[in-house]
Design a protein around this ligand. Structure first.
Ligand code: SF4
Ligand code: SF4
Length: 370
């Protein structure tokens, strides 16, 4: 990036304003307004870059906050616009000082604290963590700041499924939330530190962390859990089937429901699908456990979007609403997730319904031999 420019000119110039991305954008779908589309936001970025608009302009600020950062605009873009990078560059400038949403400041401070103390003070997670650091030859499980606090059972399930996974207690934060909230350099530093603490292959159970770590450390070091299992690590898929079905081919509890195979859907993680390209693997694994049911627009954001559901709860609920409508007609036993933000969002929304929200690692662990 040259001089005091906010955006990388080469990245910014790729957009040819074709509008292919508009239908995939959840905020554009909500408003129908050009300004809240990927193309509209890139137009705003160009105006800022060329000093036709200031970063304090109300529309510029509002759109930098309204964007979910889901990156659904990337895979559909024929010009290969790397919108996620542009958004990080935008917020690095836009979200400084008092312009950064107040809650985002608090959230980043909390993440830094969790990263600083590692997980040694969090007894909930101690059961999932082993203190000894492994070697480069041993795969390491990343515990994740949010997941380690809210859903420690995900890490426990992953380790139950693959006991060879090392999970050292002191890991720190991967920096994904920092990168998404105007502190991308700090996000990079945290990712590199985590890379040093977890040598060799890093296995993640959080789509958001997976995308950030892959971008910073490389796809040769970082692999998401479902992709790792589908690639032949962990239990043999044939074993899973044997555990799940009785001698008559009937599903066994808890996945059986009324004597039929459990109906299991999946909510994609935006970052895992759009940035890392992992979407087929979790579906293949689920199909071994029960009846896989494709959720309409499963790749569309559920509104969790990292810190978005905390920063903008009303917009988050509006993005979630059509997904809940779609889920209502599916009669699912389980809705599998691969990201803690989606877990929190959907478990809260589906509380009291017959559909149980579970992380895919949990679902697999109940199918695997203990
Ligand atoms: S971001 Fe891509 S799809 Fe969207 S308008 Fe620009 S070139 Fe077209
Ligand atoms: S990141 Fe998501 S919300 Fe933001 S412009 Fe792209 S598709 Fe729209």
């Amino acid at each position: 990036m040259a001089g005091d420019k906010i955006f990388d000119d080469e990245l910014l110039s790729r957009c040819m304003s074709c509008g292919f991305c508009l239908p995939s954008c959840p905020t554009y779908r909500l408003t129908g307004e050009e300004a809240s589309s990927p193309r509209g936001r890139i137009t705003l970025m160009r105006a800022v870059q060329e000093d036709r608009l200031d970063v304090t302009d109300p529309t510029v600020l509002a759109q930098s906050e309204f964007c979910l950062g889901c990156r659904a605009c990337e895979p559909v873009c024929p010009a290969g616009v790397q919108y996620g990078q542009l958004l990080e560059q935008w917020r690095d400038t836009e979200w400084q000082g008092r312009r950064r949403p107040l809650l985002a400041r608090g959230l980043l401070a909390m993440m830094s604290f969790v990263g600083m103390v590692g997980i040694t003070l969090l007894g909930l997670v101690r059961r999932a963590a082993v203190t000894r650091r492994g070697t480069e030859a041993e795969p390491h499980l990343m515990l994740g700041c949010v997941e380690r606090v809210l859903y420690p059972k995900v890490s426990r399930s992953a380790r139950r499924l693959v006991p060879a996974l090392r999970a050292p207690a002191v890991q720190g934060c991967c920096g994904a939330l920092h990168a998404h909230n105007g502190e991308s350099e700090r996000g990079r530093r945290l990712a590199r530190r985590l890379g040093r603490r977890l040598p060799g292959t890093i296995v993640t159970t959080s789509g958001g962390c997976s995308a950030h770590l892959t971008a910073e450390l490389g796809a040769d070091r970082v692999v998401e859990f479902s992709a790792w299992i589908a690639a032949g690590n962990g239990p043999d898929p044939a074993q899973l089937r044997a555990i799940m079905l009785d001698e008559n081919g009937e599903p066994l509890p808890p996945h059986a429901s009324g004597g039929r195979p459990a109906r299991i859907g999946l909510q994609d993680s935006c970052h895992l699908r759009n940035a890392v390209g992992v979407w087929r693997e979790p579906r293949e694994l689920i199909a071994r456990l029960g009846e896989y049911v494709e959720v309409p627009d499963a790749g569309g954001c559920c509104g969790a979007a990292g810190s978005y559901s905390v920063l903008r709860p009303a917009d988050s609920r509006a993005v979630l609403a059509p997904k809940l409508d779609a889920l209502a007609g599916l009669d699912l036993d389980y809705l599998a997730v691969v990201n803690p933000g989606c877990y929190r969002q959907l478990a809260g929304a589906l509380k009291g319904s017959r559909t149980r929200v579970v992380h895919l690692a949990e679902l697999l662990a109940t199918a695997a031999p203990s």
